[in-house]
Design a protein around this ligand. Structure first.
Ligand code: NDP
Ligand code: MG
Length: 420
């Protein structure tokens, strides 16, 4: 397949033969699940879109997983409902003010309440936690994911910002502690699965697919006037608001390029993006002989969540299935660099490494907030992110404190831009 022009395929879906774990992945093997035993799961961001899907996967796991810890920021009502449904040992409310509205008597017997980010870090590192699902939205997710990696946990990683901001540091920490990071982001899960078809030296490049979002066919003039309500209407995925806006600008793909750069250790020039409006092919790996190995499934996050939790096993689950009796037409087209400049920013930041990912992420996160609050136009999001990325004081090998400092700086710069 050439990665240019619009192409339509009618696929006959066939499964690729199972092989040993990814040979591009040198981190320690995850032990096969104990038969009859149950593993304790910590769900960070349980009240969100990925968190809610995770709870469904855990509930359908026939006791192979037990909800041990559920954590949220401030949605106390949803957290209490989840606690009654799942009976976890602990719930954590990170926001102190929200926690003050919660009466411990609202929780079921046997569920303990903890408050604040430090309490979350401590519980994530508890020896009783076997699997961590990192599903907090945005830069706020770095801290608890870091705690999990520091404690050598097996982490099912939805919070792509962890790797976007601090990829080299996190991967080095994981290598030191023996932590295992398994992607939940559907594209990276697809790549993880496709890589099982070959060796590292056989991989030519990775092709991330992108739905193109709700504005795929919109003109530049239409994009300039796009409203939050229009941008929040994603055609194929149901997700939290921040990532939904990122899909509309295609900044999500920029962040995913950086995520892939560190997760799979491939240089930026061997990462590509292909727009695929149906969101059925979740990504592809191109091997040196020209073969493309893809992973296909209906768009449903429960599948990559389940893959990461059960890895290396595959089990029947609750994710949506194809109806093989219905025709399936799949289209692919290259992204438009003029209407969607964010993809280029992702390539640039993935190539530069250092502090580029953290600054791009922070600028974008703040700009998305500005757009949702009516302070910025839709097209300002990529424009302000590009300017701040270009102007920042780049560091090639930053420490975590440098990343935090530049994250705060980039946010202030967006606020200044919005005020002029
Ligand atoms: P949502 O906005 O739906 O949920 C965010 C979750 O994070 C909520 O539980 C929220 O709690 C919690 N949270 C937010 N800030 C904090 C904080 N400071 N401390 C603790 N918890 C916090 O997000 P999504 O589920 O859509 O996305 C989560 C992550 O997964 C993101 O990094 C996203 O990029 C990634 N991802 C999501 C996909 C999806 O399909 N949704 C697909 C691929 C990746 P509260 O409800 O109390 O505010
Ligand atoms: Mg994704």
């Amino acid at each position: 397949m050439e990665v240019s022009g619009v192409q339509t395929y009618n696929f006959t879906v066939s499964a690729c033969p199972p092989t040993a774990g990814s040979r591009m992945d040198s981190s320690p093997p995850v032990p096969t699940l104990p038969s009859g035993g149950s593993l304790n799961v910590a769900v960070l961001g349980s009240t969100g879109s990925v968190g809610t899907s995770t709870i469904e996967v855990v509930a359908a796991s026939r006791g192979r997983f037990t909800p041990f810890l559920l954590a949220a920021h401030s949605n106390v009502r949803r957290l209490v409902e989840q606690a009654h449904a799942c009976r976890p040992r602990h719930v954590v409310v990170v926001d102190q003010a929200a926690a003050a509205t919660l009466d411990a008597a609202d929780l079921p017997a046997g569920t303990r309440l903890a408050v604040g980010p430090e309490a979350l870090d401590d519980l994530v590192q508890s020896p009783e936690v076997d699997r961590v699902v990192a599903a907090i939205a945005g830069a706020a997710g770095l801290r608890s994911t870091w705690a999990a990696v520091e404690a050598g946990k097996t982490v099912a990683l939805a919070n792509k910002e962890t790797l976007v901001m601090a990829g080299p540091l996190v991967m080095r920490l994981a290598a030191r502690t023996g932590a295992r990071i398994l992607p939940v982001d559907s594209e990276h899960s697809a790549i993880h699965q496709a890589l099982r078809a070959g060796t590292a030296s056989e991989v030519e490049r990775i092709v991330l697919t992108a739905s193109g979002g709700p504005f795929r066919t919109w003109s530049a003039e239409q994009l300039a006037a796009a409203t939050p309500e229009q941008a929040l209407r994603h055609p194929t995925w149901s997700m939290g608001p921040k990532i939904t806006i990122d899909s509309a600008t295609m900044m999500n793909k920029a962040l995913e390029l950086i995520e892939a750069r560190w997760l799979f250790g491939l240089p930026a020039e061997r990462l590509a993006v292909l727009v695929h409006p149906q969101s059925v092919v979740h990504s592809l790996v191109e091997f040196v002989d020209g073969s493309l190995i893809a992973q296909l499934s209906p768009p449903d996050m429960k599948l990559p969540i389940q893959y990461a939790l059960f890895y290396p096993d595959r089990v029947p689950g609750v994710a949506r299935r194809f109806d093989h009796a219905r025709p399936l037409a799949l289209e692919f087209e290259p992204p438009d660099p003029v209407r969607f400049p964010a993809v280029r920013l992702g390539h640039e930041a993935a190539a530069r490494g250092g502090t580029a990912g953290a600054v791009l992420n922070a600028a974008n996160e703040e700009a998305v907030r500005g757009f949702l609050e009516g302070a910025l136009a839709f097209t300002d999001i990529a424009a302000v992110s590009e300017r701040i990325l270009g102007e920042h004081c780049f560091q090639a090998d930053p420490a975590l404190d440098d990343i935090r400092r530049l994250d705060a700086w980039a946010r202030q710069e967006v606020v200044k831009w919005a005020c002029v």
